[in-house]
Design a protein around this ligand. Sequence first.
Ligand code: 5GP
Length: 116
Amino acid sequence: MAAETVFGKIVSGEIPVEVLAETDRVLAFPDMSPQAPVHILVIPKSTAYENVAELAAAEPETLAEMISVANDLAKEHANGDYRLVFNSGATAGQTVFHVHAHVLAGNLEERSLGAS
Ligand code: 5GP
């Protein structure tokens, strides 16, 4: 079991958030410090997994559900285009060690990794 994180407290309701989507296994809410016009976090309710590789190995169906929820949210809150980011490890920028997808959308071209 991973150490308790702020996202565990969000799942338990100890820290309130605006729930944007919820399934039996997945929760989505706005990032408190948005880095794009649309910046939503999608997390598994399980607190067992620190990063996306652990989740993919143990519960690939939950990872697939996170991506499906992210896809739906990008259609609802933007034009359906989005970038999905999983920071994995402190030196890659991960600060919360409960696996989460950043769903970034809305005019990202200028900051695109693919921009020349
Ligand atoms: P990481 O840096 O681990 O990939 O992303 C963690 C994200 O969680 C950051 O973008 C940060 O703004 C967000 N975050 C941290 N604590 C909270 C919180 O209590 N509520 C919300 N909504 N977002 C949070």
